[in-house]
Design a binder for this molecule. Structure first.
Ligand SMILES: NC(=O)c1ccc[n+]([C@@H]2O[C@H](COP(=O)([O-])OP(=O)(O)OC[C@H]3O[C@@H](n4cnc5c(N)ncnc54)[C@H](O)[C@@H]3O)[C@@H](O)[C@H]2O)c1
Length: 663
């Protein structure tokens, strides 16, 4: 491929180098000869270092260099190229003028890319006649080393060019991410924007000293604290970005003073020898002090998660792409989406509300999806739907449920009130086959990881729970059958191990493996006429998905013997009388009744206390009484330090309902 890079400064030289490294013929053009000389030296130095470090072989440096031609005129550089990457200073008129020229002299199918950090692609393509080939290829500094490149489309960019640019990004060893809207700051800089506002306001309000924050950040494993980093980048650059976001995102970005005052005093950071810190020795002289936790890493995470959610809401980029972009663009071990997965909506919302009220900025107010408790849903979006699909998705979200398409034999719904529901969903009686077992295991794992879920409700779709294992399933040999039994045991056991309350809602039939599934849950509710039983012995089998062990633990040996040895069916009413089932609901109310019970436990019980109690009861049954008591007292001790315990007692004294956070 033939590539022209316009502007051989800080970015252009690195971009030219990376294209040449990947076998492309490059022309590096700059209107200033000194700039070209500097670029030549930079490229030569980098290549020698790469040889020294063994990144490229001896001699390869020469062939890479031979693929780069240096030029002082644009006409001479771009006429027959496939791609132009423009990297001249960030001045809109200058870029417009260059693109207008490119439009006239380049081949009509050449991609015209800009490396702009902030200017709208559509503004840059203002004077271009064939606008669909204009897009953003936003490299990060140093362009030859940083893996990320944001591929940005404007409303005019054609799909074909956009996809082609994405592919080119991959072909030059980068990780491209798609930015689907021409929006201020694209992805990485946009996530960073409210951070800058925040760090500036921390100084404006004298919340803590820069060194206190930086020492804390280093203590958290970051290579540099935020203030040291801003000094390194240049306070003028930071202030300039704040001006830009004030013009494009919110006036609030104008209100921060500290950085602008530093610029007025000429304290620009490392480049001027002094900024927030003194850099006269070449390194930041960070005053000695104690790290402070007045501002914590969680504040920054919450702000970044919020901005990421806004980007998804605005359909600028998909969650996974945002995560990759932040990771690679900011050199982080993980991005905001990964962090959001480990937090609850309530935690993020509460922190943002606190920050927005303390600093007085709407920018920190929770994004719409977080306000509505839909953080988990929005960070799992896999594509931006068409208008019709979008409507359906919105309706599904409003009704508080989200259907997972990845399971073919069950439906996993996540509700608003900390309850997830698994609906077994197979033709006829929801018979359990190998596929359903596999889906069930994955769904349990998914719920396990989901911090929002406190109670899992399991039932069948339609009128029946499940009539049990599909006996027509082919199992080749004896040992395969042993393994099949073990598999069921292992998956059902997860329901005992999962640190959430699991409720089985039984209706219609719960036979054999189906009844065993319900026995593996913590609580069972049923309709009075539901049919339950373990008919295995009458078929020459035995209840081998934990039924032989579990039933006795639920109803005692005598009744377990009777039920298993006779294979008799019992009704929901009889199961209730035996204590197997804890609540009965009429058929037409069983779905809503089971859900109400699930929600009342999810909201009314401390999730930590509930999961500890579950573990104590399950484990306690298998150990000596005194050991069980020991476990009990230790668990009680753990609860004593929780915020939920304080909340529970405070709520009781204040005669209100507790608001448990699971902390
Ligand atoms: N520096 C960064 O960290 C960074 C990161 C990502 C994106 N960017 C963006 O990349 C672009 C370039 O930034 P930079 O830091 O490399 O700037 P720079 O000032 O280091 O380099 C710009 C180069 O363009 C040349 N130039 C000026 N007018 C020209 C013209 N009419 N024709 C040809 N060459 C011309 C200059 O001589 C200079 O060598 C900007 O849009 C910037 O926002 C910069």
């Amino acid at each position: 491929m033939k590539v022209a890079v316009i502007g051989s400064g800080e970015m252009g030289r690195g971009i030219a180098l990376v294209f040449a490294q990947y076998d492309n013929d490059v022309v590096l053009e700059d209107s200033f000869p000194q700039a070209l000389d500097k670029a030549k030296k930079y490229i030569a130095d980098n290549l020698s270092k790469m040889v020294e470090k063994g990144i490229i072989k001896q001699g390869e440096d020469k062939s890479i260099q031979s693929r780069i031609r240096y030029s002082g005129t644009m006409e001479d550089s771009v006429t027959d190229v496939d791609l132009v990457v423009e990297a001249v200073p960030e001045i809109v008129e200058l870029k417009q003028e260059i693109f207008s020229k490119l439009d006239k002299i380049c081949r009509k199918d050449a991609i015209l890319a800009t490396n702009t950090s902030n200017i709208k692609i559509a503004d840059i393509s203002k004077n271009v006649t064939v606008k669909d080939r204009v897009l953003g290829m936003h490299f990060f500094n140093p362009a030859n080393r940083m893996k990320l490149v944001e591929i940005i489309r404007s409303e005019f960019t054609g799909d074909e060019y956009f996809e082609k640019a994405f592919k080119i990004g991959q072909e030059i060893g980068k990780t491209p991410v798609k930015v689907l809207k021409d929006s201020p700051g694209f992805v990485v800089n946009r996530i960073n924007a409210p951070d800058m506002l925040f760090f500036c306001s921390v100084l404006d309000k004298n919340v803590e000293k820069p060194e206190e924050m930086d020492l804390y950040a280093r203590g958290q494993g970051l290579p540099m604290g935020p203030y040291e980093l801003m000094d390194f980048v240049g306070i003028d650059t930071v202030a300039h970005s704040l001006d830009y976001y004030a013009a494009t995102l919110s006036e609030e970005y104008n209100s921060c003073r500290a950085f602008r005052d530093l610029v007025k005093e000429g304290r620009l950071g490392k480049k001027s020898g002094k900024g927030i810190y003194d850099w006269s020795s070449g390194k930041a002289a960070i005053p000695k002090g104690e790290p402070s936790e007045k501002v914590t890493i969680m504040d920054i995470f919450a702000i970044e998660i919020n901005e990421a959610v806004k980007l998804i809401e605005e359909q600028v980029a998909l969650p996974d792409e945002i995560d990759i972009a932040v990771k690679l663009g900011m050199n982080r071990p993980f991005g905001p989406i990964t962090v959001a997965k480990s937090l609850t909506n309530a935690e993020v919302k509460k922190r943002l509300e606190k920050l927005s009220s303390f600093y007085g900025f709407k920018t920190f107010e929770p994004a719409e999806s977080i306000k509505q408790g839909k953080l988990k849903e929005i960070i799992q979006v896999k594509s931006f739907a068409t208008t019709e699909k979008k409507k359906q998705a919105e309706q599904a979200m409003q009704s508080g449920t989200r259907e997972e398409k990845k399971y073919s034999t069950l439906i996993l719904e996540k509700g608003q009130k900390h309850v997830s529901r698994i609906l077994l969903n197979r033709p006829k009686h929801n018979f359990i086959n190998a596929e359903l077992l596999k889906d069930l295991e994955s769904a349990i794992d998914e719920v396990w990881e989901d911090k929002e879920t406190r109670v899992l409700l399991i039932t069948g779709s339609g009128d029946t729970f499940t009539a049990g294992a599909e006996l027509s399933q082919f199992i080749p040999g004896l040992f395969d059958f042993v393994e099949y039994a073990r598999k069921g045991e292992r998956i059902y056991k997860k329901l005992q191990e999962i640190p959430k309350v699991v409720i089985a809602e039984i209706k219609g039939l719960a036979l054999g493996g189906g009844f065993e599934l319900s026995l593996s849950c913590d609580i069972r509710v049923s309709t009075p006429d539901a049919q339950m039983g373990l008919p295995e012995v009458t078929l020459g089998l035995l209840p081998a998905w934990s039924g032989s062990q579990r039933l006795a633990r639920v109803v005692g040996n005598s009744r377990a013997m009777y039920l298993i040895l006779t294979g008799k069916r019992i009704t929901g009413q009889q199961a209730f009388d035996m204590g197997i089932v804890s609540e009965l609901y009429p058929k037409e109310k069983v779905d809503s009744g089971a859900m109400e019970l699930a929600e009342s436990i999810a909201i009314g019980s401390s999730p930590i206390a509930a999961s500890l109690v579950k573990r104590l009861i399950n484990r306690g049954a298998d150990v000596a009484y005194d050991s069980g008591l020991e476990m009990e007292s230790m668990a009680a001790g753990i609860l004593y330090g929780t915020e939920d315990m304080k909340e529970g007692i405070t709520a009781l004294l204040q005669k209100r309902k507790p608001n448990f956070q699971g902390k």
